[in-house]
Design a protein around this ligand. Structure first.
Ligand code: C2E
Ligand code: CA
Ligand code: CA
Ligand code: CA
Length: 276
């Protein structure tokens, strides 16, 4: 029954009811926050040098009362178009700061990565909100990495650079997400105060079989290191890929081969079992 409801909703997207559908999804998303339907999952990242889990990426999920589990790919792009992403980002930041502070208090020094959208970088309000939320949760900016995509920079380089610089000055580390899929120039990259590049999973997943992907991954690792940046590979699904990345000197790995994203409590159990 749930599935049917969902399929019907999707089908109406491309018809004249599209506008109405959009409005109702926007409304539902706003309510989702008020009704506590959003949840953060955390995916561990493995530090290849130490063999330890030193960080996690916060990934949002929507537990809809009728539609069930809605993955972020099905509502984040939409929230970005409608501007509702600002509310979602605020919610994500608040939860991630709270969780980060809780882990530190428990002696767990996990760096928490948070995804930001292009739209988040366009106004001056984000750094202000960050400061307020840090204070209210007793969190330090040094516990967090902010992931931004290349497209976020390309869309409006001047304003994005302003915001990113401000966040960097506050003490946050910055990471370029989905690296290689956008069109940022190396000149732009050079001006950004980033600490790491994250190689998109589309290059990583098949690199053991696809020589072009392998070349791209190796080049990005070398580029990052030559610029003094760390490099993360996402989408590591096999032991073979893990070994290849180890040999190439990649710094951090993320992927189903290590662990899928988990709710905080399950992640703590997984860490306690020392499963990495
Ligand atoms: P992303 O930031 O590139 O996140 C990586 C995605 O790859 C996640 O999907 C993760 O679950 C998935 N993944 C991890 N390991 C593997 C693997 O080994 N194989 C494969 N095939 N996939 C893997 P997820 O959680 O569905 O998120 C999708 C996208 O939604 C994210 O891509 C990000 O762009 C966006 N997103 C998620 N949470 C947030 C958020 O809080 N804020 C914003 N602005 N965007 C978010
Ligand atoms: Ca990400
Ligand atoms: Ca990606
Ligand atoms: Ca992405």
């Amino acid at each position: 029954r749930k599935r049917l409801g969902y399929a019907r909703y999707d089908a109406s997207y491309d018809t004249e009811t599209e506008n109405h559908g959009r409005l109702s999804l926007t409304g539902e998303l706003r309510q989702a926050i008020a009704r506590n339907e959003l949840v953060l999952y955390y995916q561990p990242r493995l530090d290849l040098a130490s063999g330890e889990i030193t960080g996690v990426e916060a990934l949002v999920r929507w537990q809809h009362p009728e539609r069930g589990f809605v993955p972020p790919d099905q509502f984040i792009p939409f929230a970005e178009q409608t501007g509702c992403i600002r509310d979602i980002t605020q919610w994500v930041i608040g939860r991630a700061f709270e969780q980060g502070a809780r882990w530190r208090a428990a002696g767990l020094a996990l760096a928490v990565s948070i995804n930001l959208s292009a739209r988040d970088l366009l106004g001056p309000e984000l750094p202000r909100r960050f400061a307020e939320l840090l204070a209210s949760h007793g969190a330090s900016p040094h516990w967090f990495l902010l992931e931004i995509t290349e497209s976020a920079i390309v869309d409006d380089p001047v304003r994005a650079l302003e915001t990113v610089t401000r966040l960097h000055e506050m003490g946050f580390s910055l990471s370029i997400d989905d690296f290689g899929t956008g069109y940022s120039s190396l000149a732009q990259l050079k001006r950004l105060p980033v600490a790491e590049l994250k190689i998109d999973k589309s290059f990583v997943m098949d690199m053991a079989r696809d020589p072009d992907d392998m070349t791209i991954v190796r080049s990005v690792i070398d580029l990052a290191h030559n610029m003094g940046l760390s490099v993360v590979a996402e989408g590591v699904e096999t032991d073979e890929v893990r070994e290849l990345l180890y040999d190439m000197g990649c710094d951090y790995l993320q992927g189903y081969h290590i662990c899928k994203p988990l709710p905080a409590e399950q992640l703590e159990g997984w860490l306690a079992r020392g499963a990495a």
